[in-house]
Design a protein around this ligand. Sequence first.
Ligand code: PLP
Length: 392
Amino acid sequence: MAFVSEKVKNLPPYLFSEFQRRKKELEADGVDVIDLGIGAPDLPTPDFVVDKLAEESRIAANHRYSTYSGSVEFREAVADFYQKQYGVSLDPDSEVLTVIGSKEGIANLMHATLNPGDAVLVPDPGYPVYRKAVHLAGGESIPLPLDAENNYVPLYDYVDDTTLKRAKLMLLNYPSNPTAATVNFDTFLEAITFSVKNNLLLVHDAAYDMVTYNGYKAPSVMQVDGAKEHAVEFGSLSKSFNMTGWRIGYVVGNKEVIKALATFKSNIDTCQFLPIQKAAAAALRSDFSAVAANNKIYQKRMETLYAAFQKLGMKADKPNGTIFLWAKVPDGYTSMSFADKLLNDCGVIVTPGNAFGSRGEGYIRIALTVTTDRLNEVISRMEKANFKEVAN
Ligand SMILES: *Cc1c(COP(=O)(O)O)cnc(C)c1O
């Protein structure tokens, strides 16, 4: 370990590795393990996007470096998407930046904005990348509590004033991973008001902005008056267009922050392969029928599992978006002991809620990333298992 930095050594352990080890063991024993732990779409990228990549990748001019901040074409497609989807005008040159997936963008944003010891409010439960990115940038994460009783909106009153004074950023994520919670415009209005009052930069991760159903349409933080003064919003093609492996996303909003991130990144990467940016631009300029078709599939899976959980007496809020179902574990279990039981008795992998922060304890996150047939298999295995009998 002599060559490894303290930063890396001190990263919290990866909670899923033990489940993946057990998965291999069980599979070696011939168990048909169903993995609902992976938060990535199982569906393919739409054909028209793949075709565009194939076409553009044959053009020699596209084999060169992209400009650092991304091709004008992609940034204009993002700006036009914001106009069409949210009625928000953005300047593609100063208010939009291409990122190599929002995970990369969020991690580098921490470096571009934080000084050592700066505090960052991160949703608890929330996407674990936030805490790790803050840690790697030398900042300190402060949990911003969210709970089921309040529909997972931020509970600002739980953050004490001294901590708040040290805070520089606040991260939010709706529709949410892991809770699948969705919010209306007022939640963003309140978040901006809170950010203005406490001089925070609001960083909204909108990775599931288009992965919605039941007639719900997700708002954008940028729709709030004055949002550009105090917020940036990340978007990604990963979930809406099944493009996780392509590594393409964007960040929009506050000019000064966008510029700082662009400067930081220009010393690290040289943006994404041009044909990928062009294919992603085509996706953002499309009629979104491919997205609607995906959403229908997720909705059907969600309905199937939700109905079965009700029969099994498992409590879950019925989501209006994302690729997850967030369910309470039966009485007598912890997140971990129930996830263990599901793996041992049913051969099903789920993610224990405490992997997303201490307030995730008592829940599991189920990714709706297998076919309805496979979900029915999960259900029939769960019906046979006896969850009343609590193992220690
Ligand atoms: C999947 C996911 C991301 C990662 O998106 P990329 O653009 O593929 O890096 C970001 N945020 C949340 C909440 C996610 O679930």
